[in-house]
Design a protein around this ligand. Structure first.
Ligand code: HGY
Ligand code: MN
Ligand code: MN
Length: 424
């Protein structure tokens, strides 16, 4: 009965629901920042558009009575006070940065669902025991600065901050310089911020929930994901006078490697996936045989040993393709995220909240990486998925329904409240 005497009401609270129209309105207002002609979003990490989105989030959070802390990696912590200021906050959040041809919901849904939780608690006059926080993590996508999830990765001690500051985009600008330029290089040392528990709401970015007619995914873990930088060096040559047999064509070798990577993924199907997303050809002239090609590789699999086998198969493919034609190769693994499992109590809080709202949640493993994957190593963490149309994401047509988004945010509200406790 200690909890009751401390004025902490753990009785089963009525199931609360967010204001779905307000959440949708905030999503559409944020989508106007970096809006693309095809209806998507482009707010590359630490760009002017990212800064504008961050500034809007901060304004909304301050209007909701939150105090704001920004850490040395630009992660933003918007805190709604609880009765016990010394308690570690129950937090939620995601990212505002997008892919170059991103959608309106990847990341931003998790940030604004967190803001809606705070707005709704304010509206209902509910005081929690622990503080509630909504967080914006820096550079989750990794589209501009590799690797991905750098803000949460430095926070969790996975990446070194100095190395993160030094990483450069294709124009040679460093993350540290850009962080200072947009005014988000905060004072709080990254990683010093206490987190009592973390929940992330996100669109599934895959077809499963929609195909099964389900609204809520209770995410139990995420698959492993390795990123590589590969550089192949041959020799520039004249496109007209150089016989095919005398060429050391770096692009042709890279194309063959990409084809073999697809075969490796199929061989480790149905879950193995491989992607070459970024390719730079040098000197990139129509009538010069490419002498050098730099490209990215993204390998993923839910099982660690299968992911290791895919990496070994990639190394063999590179040797078999490059050695016979005298192409030199350099490969660097720039990030390696092992498959992770989320905290069973957090998964249960998500499941129970969904059921209380009338949804039967589907247990799922995430195919995408998320900031929650790193938070899981420093705090009890769970994720909530909602469907997106045709499972499409990292595409301007990405879409989700106001009803599903509201449902996921209501699950988030109840799961966080259960964890934070209501002051009686
Ligand atoms: O790459 C991912 O899985 C995430 O969308 N950044
Ligand atoms: Mn995301
Ligand atoms: Mn993404």
């Amino acid at each position: 009965m200690a909890a009751a005497s401390a004025g902490l009401d753990r009785t089963a609270a009525p199931t609360l629901r967010v204001d779905g129209a307000r959440l949708w309105g905030s999503l559409m207002a944020m989508a106007e920042i970096g809006a693309t002609a095809k209806g998507g979003s482009c707010r590359l990490a630490l760009s002017d558009e990212d800064r504008e989105g961050r500034d809007l989030f901060r304004r909304w959070a301050e209007e909701a009575g939150c105090s704001i802390v920004i850490d040395s990696m630009g992660n933003i912590f918007a805190r709604r006070a609880g009765r016990d200021a010394s308690a570690a906050p129950v937090a939620t959040g995601s990212h505002l940065d997008t892919q170059p041809t991103g959608g309106k919901f990847d990341g931003v849904y998790g940030v604004l669902a967190g803001l809606e939780v705070i707005r709704r608690l304010n509206e209902l006059g509910i005081e929690t025991d622990a503080p509630i926080e909504a967080i914006v993590w820096t550079n989750e996508e990794g589209a501009r600065f590799a690797p991905s999830m750098i803000g949460s990765g430095v926070f969790a001690g996975v990446f070194d901050q100095a190395e993160a500051y030094a990483t450069r985009d294709l124009d040679g600008k460093s993350l540290g310089e850009e962080l200072a330029r947009v005014g988000y290089r905060g004072e709080e040392p990254c990683g010093a911020h206490p987190i009592g528990a973390f929940f992330e709401a996100h669109i599934e970015q895959g077809p499963v929930l929609e195909a099964e007619g389900r609204t809520i995914g209770a995410v139990v873990g995420a698959q492993g994901m390795n990123w590589y930088d590969v550089e192949l060096s041959g020799a520039e040559a004249h496109a007209g006078t150089t016989p095919m047999a005398r060429r050391r064509d770096a692009y042709l070798a890279a194309a063959r490697v990409a084809d073999r990577l697809a075969a490796i993924a199929h061989a480790h199907g149905p879950h193995g996936v491989a992607t070459v997303g970024q390719v730079q050809v040098f000197p990139n002239s129509r009538n010069t045989v490419p002498g050098r090609v730099a490209f990215s590789v993204d390998l993923r699999h839910p099982e660690a040993d299968a992911l290791a086998a895919m990496e070994a198969a990639m190394a063999r493919a590179l040797a078999e393709i490059c050695d016979p034609v005298g192409i030199e190769r350099r490969i660097e693994r720039i990030s390696a995220e092992a498959p992770i499992g989320f905290d069973p109590d957090c998964v249960e809080a998500v499941r129970a909240a969904a059921q209380a709202l009338g949804f039967e949640p589907k247990e799922m493993v995430s195919g995408a990486g998320h900031d929650a994957c790193f938070l899981a190593s420093v705090a009890p963490t769970g994720m909530i998925f909602v469907p997106c149309a045709d499972g499409i994401s990292h595409n301007e047509v990405e879409s989700a329904t106001p009803e599903d988004l509201a449902a996921g945010a209501s699950v988030l509200l109840n799961a966080m409240l259960e964890r934070a406790g209501r002051a009686a």
